[in-house]
Design a protein around this ligand. Sequence first.
Ligand SMILES: NC(=[NH2+])NCCC[C@H](N)C(=O)O
Length: 309
Amino acid sequence: MKIIRIIGVASGWGALDRRCEAGPEALRRRGLVAHLRQQGMPVSWEITIQPQESQDDNAVMAVQALSVELSQVAGNVVARGEPFIVLGGDHSCAIGTWSGAVSRRRIAGPVGLIWIDAHMDAHLPETSPSGALHGMPLACLLGWGDPRLTAIGSPEPKFLPENVVLIGVRSFEPEEHRLLQRLGVKVFFMDEVRRRGLSEVFYEALGRIRDRTTGFGISLDLDAIDPKEAPAVGSPVPGGLAKEELLPLLRQLYGDPRLIGLEIAEYNPALDEKQLTARLISELLLSVFAPLRLPYESYHRAGKAVLSA
Ligand SMILES: NC(=[NH2+])NCCC[C@H](N)C(=O)O
Protein backbone atom coordinates (compact mmCIF):
# COMPACT_ATOMS: atom_id res chain seq x y z
CA MET A 1 0.00 0.00 0.00
CA LYS A 2 1.29 3.44 -0.85
CA ILE A 3 2.27 5.69 2.02
CA ILE A 4 0.59 9.09 2.03
CA ARG A 5 3.12 11.83 2.73
CA ILE A 6 2.18 14.82 4.82
CA ILE A 7 4.05 18.04 4.10
CA GLY A 8 3.50 20.86 6.60
CA VAL A 9 4.01 24.45 5.49
CA ALA A 10 4.53 26.62 8.56
CA SER A 11 4.10 29.98 6.90
CA GLY A 12 1.73 32.88 7.18
CA TRP A 13 3.78 35.13 4.93
CA GLY A 14 0.99 35.31 2.37
CA ALA A 15 -1.60 36.58 4.87
CA LEU A 16 -2.11 39.81 6.78
CA ASP A 17 -2.66 37.75 9.94
CA ARG A 18 0.32 35.43 9.99
CA ARG A 19 -0.86 33.13 12.74
CA CYS A 20 -1.75 30.24 10.44
CA GLU A 21 2.00 29.60 10.37
CA ALA A 22 1.36 27.64 13.58
CA GLY A 23 -1.20 25.36 11.86
CA PRO A 24 0.90 22.33 10.94
CA GLU A 25 2.71 22.12 14.27
CA ALA A 26 -0.54 22.42 16.22
CA LEU A 27 -2.04 19.51 14.28
CA ARG A 28 1.05 17.43 14.72
CA ARG A 29 1.19 18.05 18.43
CA ARG A 30 -2.41 16.98 18.81
CA GLY A 31 -1.44 13.58 17.45
CA LEU A 32 -2.89 13.83 13.97
CA VAL A 33 -0.63 11.15 12.53
CA ALA A 34 -1.40 8.57 15.23
CA HIS A 35 -5.09 9.28 14.87
CA LEU A 36 -5.04 8.84 11.10
CA ARG A 37 -3.07 5.61 11.41
CA GLN A 38 -5.55 4.26 13.93
CA GLN A 39 -8.21 4.78 11.31
CA GLY A 40 -6.24 2.69 8.84
CA MET A 41 -4.58 5.45 6.88
CA PRO A 42 -0.96 4.65 5.95
CA VAL A 43 0.55 8.04 6.53
CA SER A 44 3.85 9.61 7.47
CA TRP A 45 4.79 13.18 8.27
CA GLU A 46 7.46 13.86 5.66
CA ILE A 47 8.63 17.33 6.64
CA THR A 48 7.46 20.72 7.90
CA ILE A 49 8.79 23.47 5.72
CA GLN A 50 9.71 26.64 7.61
CA PRO A 51 10.32 30.09 6.21
CA GLN A 52 13.97 31.07 6.28
CA GLU A 53 15.05 33.74 8.72
CA SER A 54 16.02 37.17 7.48
CA GLN A 55 13.52 37.81 4.73
CA ASP A 56 13.74 41.51 5.63
CA ASP A 57 9.99 41.56 5.84
CA ASN A 58 9.74 40.94 2.12
CA ALA A 59 6.73 38.67 1.65
CA VAL A 60 7.37 37.93 -2.02
CA MET A 61 10.89 36.76 -1.32
CA ALA A 62 9.78 34.70 1.65
CA VAL A 63 6.99 33.03 -0.32
CA GLN A 64 9.29 32.49 -3.28
CA ALA A 65 11.90 30.71 -1.15
CA LEU A 66 9.23 28.59 0.53
CA SER A 67 7.59 27.76 -2.77
CA VAL A 68 10.86 26.59 -4.29
CA GLU A 69 11.47 24.25 -1.38
CA LEU A 70 7.88 23.05 -1.25
CA SER A 71 7.81 22.45 -5.00
CA GLN A 72 10.87 20.22 -4.67
CA VAL A 73 9.46 18.23 -1.79
CA ALA A 74 6.00 17.81 -3.36
CA GLY A 75 7.60 17.09 -6.75
CA ASN A 76 9.72 14.30 -5.27
CA VAL A 77 6.71 12.66 -3.63
CA VAL A 78 4.81 12.82 -6.91
CA ALA A 79 7.79 11.43 -8.83
CA ARG A 80 7.75 8.41 -6.51
CA GLY A 81 4.11 7.87 -7.38
CA GLU A 82 2.95 8.54 -3.82
CA PRO A 83 0.00 10.73 -2.84
CA PHE A 84 0.64 13.81 -0.73
CA ILE A 85 -1.18 15.99 1.75
CA VAL A 86 -0.04 19.57 2.15
CA LEU A 87 -1.13 21.24 5.38
CA GLY A 88 -0.79 25.04 5.46
CA GLY A 89 -0.05 27.67 6.30
CA ASP A 90 -1.79 30.35 4.36
CA HIS A 91 -3.08 29.55 0.90
CA SER A 92 -0.05 30.98 -0.91
CA CYS A 93 1.41 27.51 -0.25
CA ALA A 94 -0.57 26.40 -3.32
CA ILE A 95 2.07 28.04 -5.50
CA GLY A 96 4.78 25.66 -4.33
CA THR A 97 2.59 22.59 -3.98
CA TRP A 98 1.12 22.56 -7.45
CA SER A 99 4.14 24.02 -9.23
CA GLY A 100 6.15 21.08 -7.94
CA ALA A 101 3.49 18.44 -8.50
CA VAL A 102 2.65 19.55 -12.02
CA SER A 103 6.21 20.15 -13.16
CA ARG A 104 7.21 16.62 -12.18
CA ARG A 105 4.22 15.12 -13.98
CA ARG A 106 4.32 17.15 -17.13
CA ILE A 107 5.35 14.26 -19.39
CA ALA A 108 2.40 12.23 -18.14
CA GLY A 109 0.00 14.85 -19.56
CA PRO A 110 -2.08 17.76 -18.32
CA VAL A 111 -3.16 17.95 -14.70
CA GLY A 112 -6.46 19.31 -13.33
CA LEU A 113 -7.16 21.26 -10.16
CA ILE A 114 -10.29 21.55 -8.05
CA TRP A 115 -10.02 24.72 -6.00
CA ILE A 116 -12.51 24.71 -3.13
CA ASP A 117 -12.54 28.17 -1.56
CA ALA A 118 -14.74 31.08 -0.46
CA HIS A 119 -12.37 33.32 -2.47
CA MET A 120 -10.95 33.28 -5.97
CA ASP A 121 -7.35 33.96 -4.96
CA ALA A 122 -6.81 35.16 -8.51
CA HIS A 123 -5.47 38.67 -8.04
CA LEU A 124 -2.43 40.22 -9.67
CA PRO A 125 -0.21 42.39 -7.49
CA GLU A 126 -1.70 45.41 -9.31
CA THR A 127 -5.31 44.48 -8.59
CA SER A 128 -5.11 43.08 -5.05
CA PRO A 129 -6.93 45.20 -2.49
CA SER A 130 -4.79 43.89 0.37
CA GLY A 131 -1.49 43.13 -1.33
CA ALA A 132 -1.61 39.78 0.50
CA LEU A 133 -0.13 36.92 -1.51
CA HIS A 134 -2.72 34.41 -0.33
CA GLY A 135 -5.15 36.32 -2.57
CA MET A 136 -3.01 35.50 -5.63
CA PRO A 137 -1.93 31.84 -5.81
CA LEU A 138 -4.45 30.67 -8.39
CA ALA A 139 -3.48 33.48 -10.77
CA CYS A 140 0.18 32.49 -10.32
CA LEU A 141 -0.54 28.87 -11.16
CA LEU A 142 -2.32 29.99 -14.33
CA GLY A 143 0.80 31.97 -15.29
CA TRP A 144 -0.29 35.44 -14.10
CA GLY A 145 1.46 37.54 -11.50
CA ASP A 146 4.92 38.23 -10.15
CA PRO A 147 7.42 36.29 -12.32
CA ARG A 148 9.22 35.18 -9.16
CA LEU A 149 6.10 33.20 -8.27
CA THR A 150 4.85 32.11 -11.69
CA ALA A 151 8.08 30.42 -12.77
CA ILE A 152 8.59 28.04 -9.85
CA GLY A 153 9.42 24.50 -10.96
CA SER A 154 9.14 25.41 -14.64
CA PRO A 155 8.62 28.63 -16.59
CA GLU A 156 5.23 27.71 -18.10
CA PRO A 157 1.79 28.13 -16.52
CA LYS A 158 1.07 25.08 -14.39
CA PHE A 159 -2.56 24.62 -15.40
CA LEU A 160 -4.58 25.25 -18.52
CA PRO A 161 -7.60 27.37 -17.59
CA GLU A 162 -10.03 24.70 -18.82
CA ASN A 163 -8.51 22.23 -16.37
CA VAL A 164 -9.23 24.33 -13.29
CA VAL A 165 -12.56 24.52 -11.48
CA LEU A 166 -13.49 26.63 -8.42
CA ILE A 167 -16.21 25.59 -5.99
CA GLY A 168 -17.83 27.56 -3.16
CA VAL A 169 -16.81 31.11 -4.13
CA ARG A 170 -18.73 33.91 -2.40
CA SER A 171 -16.23 36.69 -1.74
CA PHE A 172 -14.19 38.23 -4.53
CA GLU A 173 -13.27 41.46 -6.29
CA PRO A 174 -14.27 42.31 -9.87
CA GLU A 175 -10.68 42.34 -11.15
CA GLU A 176 -9.94 38.74 -10.22
CA HIS A 177 -13.33 37.66 -11.52
CA ARG A 178 -12.54 39.31 -14.85
CA LEU A 179 -9.21 37.51 -15.08
CA LEU A 180 -10.82 34.12 -14.55
CA GLN A 181 -13.61 34.94 -17.00
CA ARG A 182 -11.16 36.09 -19.61
CA LEU A 183 -9.14 32.90 -19.23
CA GLY A 184 -12.25 30.72 -19.27
CA VAL A 185 -11.90 29.19 -15.80
CA LYS A 186 -15.12 27.60 -14.55
CA VAL A 187 -16.38 28.98 -11.24
CA PHE A 188 -19.20 27.34 -9.29
CA PHE A 189 -20.32 30.17 -7.03
CA MET A 190 -21.89 29.42 -3.68
CA ASP A 191 -25.37 30.43 -4.85
CA GLU A 192 -25.20 27.83 -7.61
CA VAL A 193 -24.00 25.25 -5.09
CA ARG A 194 -26.96 26.11 -2.88
CA ARG A 195 -29.42 25.95 -5.75
CA ARG A 196 -28.22 22.69 -7.28
CA GLY A 197 -26.73 20.98 -4.25
CA LEU A 198 -23.04 20.38 -3.71
CA SER A 199 -23.08 16.86 -5.04
CA GLU A 200 -24.38 17.80 -8.49
CA VAL A 201 -21.81 20.57 -8.77
CA PHE A 202 -19.00 18.40 -7.46
CA TYR A 203 -19.64 15.62 -9.98
CA GLU A 204 -19.87 18.12 -12.79
CA ALA A 205 -16.56 19.63 -11.71
CA LEU A 206 -14.92 16.20 -11.52
CA GLY A 207 -16.33 15.24 -14.90
CA ARG A 208 -14.92 18.32 -16.60
CA ILE A 209 -11.50 17.75 -15.21
CA ARG A 210 -11.28 14.01 -15.54
CA ASP A 211 -12.06 14.04 -19.25
CA ARG A 212 -9.16 16.24 -20.14
CA THR A 213 -6.40 15.36 -17.73
CA THR A 214 -4.26 12.46 -16.60
CA GLY A 215 -4.55 13.32 -12.92
CA PHE A 216 -5.90 16.01 -10.66
CA GLY A 217 -5.35 17.67 -7.32
CA ILE A 218 -7.56 19.33 -4.75
CA SER A 219 -6.72 22.57 -3.00
CA LEU A 220 -9.10 23.20 -0.14
CA ASP A 221 -9.12 26.50 1.67
CA LEU A 222 -10.90 25.80 4.95
CA ASP A 223 -12.83 29.06 4.56
CA ALA A 224 -14.86 27.36 1.81
CA ILE A 225 -16.64 25.55 4.63
CA ASP A 226 -19.13 27.49 6.71
CA PRO A 227 -17.45 29.39 9.57
CA LYS A 228 -19.80 27.69 12.02
CA GLU A 229 -18.06 24.41 11.17
CA ALA A 230 -14.61 25.78 10.32
CA PRO A 231 -14.20 28.84 12.55
CA ALA A 232 -10.40 28.84 12.80
CA VAL A 233 -9.54 30.51 9.52
CA GLY A 234 -8.03 33.88 8.66
CA SER A 235 -10.72 35.16 6.25
CA PRO A 236 -14.09 33.68 7.26
CA VAL A 237 -17.08 34.30 5.00
CA PRO A 238 -20.60 33.34 6.12
CA GLY A 239 -22.78 31.02 4.09
CA GLY A 240 -20.27 28.31 3.18
CA LEU A 241 -20.29 24.61 2.39
CA ALA A 242 -21.74 22.15 4.88
CA LYS A 243 -19.30 19.51 6.00
CA GLU A 244 -21.96 16.81 6.03
CA GLU A 245 -22.35 17.44 2.33
CA LEU A 246 -18.68 17.71 1.53
CA LEU A 247 -17.31 14.72 3.45
CA PRO A 248 -19.31 12.00 1.65
CA LEU A 249 -18.31 13.48 -1.69
CA LEU A 250 -14.63 13.46 -0.81
CA ARG A 251 -15.14 9.85 0.18
CA GLN A 252 -15.82 9.09 -3.47
CA LEU A 253 -12.20 9.90 -4.21
CA TYR A 254 -10.87 7.13 -1.97
CA GLY A 255 -8.48 4.93 -3.95
CA ASP A 256 -8.76 7.04 -7.11
CA PRO A 257 -5.33 6.61 -8.74
CA ARG A 258 -5.76 9.90 -10.56
CA LEU A 259 -5.84 11.91 -7.35
CA ILE A 260 -2.33 13.32 -7.04
CA GLY A 261 -2.67 15.11 -3.74
CA LEU A 262 -4.77 17.17 -1.38
CA GLU A 263 -3.91 20.52 0.10
CA ILE A 264 -5.68 22.05 3.11
CA ALA A 265 -4.85 25.67 3.84
CA GLU A 266 -5.52 28.58 6.19
CA TYR A 267 -5.85 26.76 9.52
CA ASN A 268 -5.22 29.23 12.36
CA PRO A 269 -5.02 27.27 15.64
CA ALA A 270 -5.17 30.47 17.72
CA LEU A 271 -8.83 30.79 16.69
CA ASP A 272 -9.70 27.13 17.29
CA GLU A 273 -10.97 27.38 20.84
CA LYS A 274 -13.08 24.25 20.76
CA GLN A 275 -10.81 22.40 18.34
CA LEU A 276 -13.69 22.19 15.88
CA THR A 277 -11.51 23.01 12.92
CA ALA A 278 -8.73 20.61 13.89
CA ARG A 279 -11.28 17.83 14.08
CA LEU A 280 -12.73 18.84 10.77
CA ILE A 281 -9.28 18.63 9.17
CA SER A 282 -8.84 15.08 10.35
CA GLU A 283 -12.33 14.20 9.10
CA LEU A 284 -11.50 15.67 5.71
CA LEU A 285 -8.30 13.66 5.47
CA LEU A 286 -9.99 10.46 6.56
CA SER A 287 -12.76 10.98 4.04
CA VAL A 288 -10.32 11.02 1.18
CA PHE A 289 -7.69 8.57 2.36
CA ALA A 290 -9.02 6.12 4.96
CA PRO A 291 -10.65 2.83 4.02
CA LEU A 292 -14.27 2.86 5.12
CA ARG A 293 -14.96 0.17 7.66
CA LEU A 294 -18.06 1.50 9.33
CA PRO A 295 -21.21 3.06 8.00
CA TYR A 296 -20.55 6.71 7.28
CA GLU A 297 -22.28 8.14 10.34
CA SER A 298 -20.71 5.97 12.99
CA TYR A 299 -17.38 6.23 11.22
CA HIS A 300 -17.29 9.93 11.71
CA ARG A 301 -18.59 9.74 15.24
CA ALA A 302 -15.79 7.30 16.03
CA GLY A 303 -13.30 9.70 14.48
CA LYS A 304 -14.45 12.53 16.67
CA ALA A 305 -14.38 10.42 19.80
CA VAL A 306 -10.80 9.31 19.23
CA LEU A 307 -9.52 12.74 18.46
CA SER A 308 -11.11 14.45 21.40
CA ALA A 309 -10.07 11.72 23.85
N1 LIG B 1 -6.62 32.68 0.82
C1 LIG B 1 -7.37 33.66 1.30
N2 LIG B 1 -7.88 33.61 2.49
N3 LIG B 1 -7.63 34.68 0.47
C2 LIG B 1 -8.38 35.83 0.84
C3 LIG B 1 -8.26 36.92 -0.18
C4 LIG B 1 -9.11 38.12 0.15
C5 LIG B 1 -9.08 39.25 -0.86
N4 LIG B 1 -9.63 38.86 -2.09
C6 LIG B 1 -7.65 39.75 -1.03
O1 LIG B 1 -7.05 39.62 -2.05
O2 LIG B 1 -7.10 40.28 -0.12
